[in-house]
Design a binder for this molecule. Structure first.
Ligand code: HEC
Length: 116
């Protein structure tokens, strides 16, 4: 049992080293994990148009093709995630500047910008 945990731990750390995330937990900078934790409750899942069925649809727009929209660059998206009101005065989406680190926001923004 202990050996098994040790092997899993080694794999985990190995993955972390390979993905270049240094000492931080890989889960915390994996965009899909961040998205599932912080965004999926309002936004459709990637490749899942109506959003998570158990929540009964999403309040936010579908983001599965957000990178194909005009002007939705990684920079724009990062700013929007950090503070939606900086881009749209009447935005209802909560600001994530206080919840996520700059690095996490950047990773999410680049991941979204690549969705075309
Ligand atoms: C509480 C619900 C909610 C959560 C949680 C949420 N959003 Fe949103 N999001 C919205 C709504 C509503 C909009 C539509 C614009 C508005 O009214 O703010 C939106 C719009 C967006 C847009 C589109 C902006 C545009 O005009 O192109 C992006 C990109 C986005 N959200 C990303 C995210 C990301 C990334 C997360 C997780 C870190 C997230 N959202 C979490 C509700 C939410």
């Amino acid at each position: 049992m202990f050996r098994r945990c040790a092997v899993l731990y080694a794999l985990f750390v190995g993955f972390c080293a390979l993905s270049g995330c240094g000492k931080s937990d890989p889960a915390e900078t994996a965009p899909k994990v961040l998205y599932d934790q912080h965004c999926a409750k309002c936004h459709a899942q990637a490749g899942e148009p109506g959003g998570p069925p158990k929540i009964g649809g999403s309040k936010g727009p579908n983001l599965t093709k957000i990178g194909a929209e005009p002007n939705r660059t990684a920079d724009w998206l990062a700013e929007f995630i950090r503070d939606p009101k900086s881009k749209r005065a009447d935005a209802k989406m909560p600001a994530f500047g206080g919840t996520l680190t700059d690095e996490q926001i950047r990773v999410l923004a680049e991941w979204l910008a690549a969705k075309k």
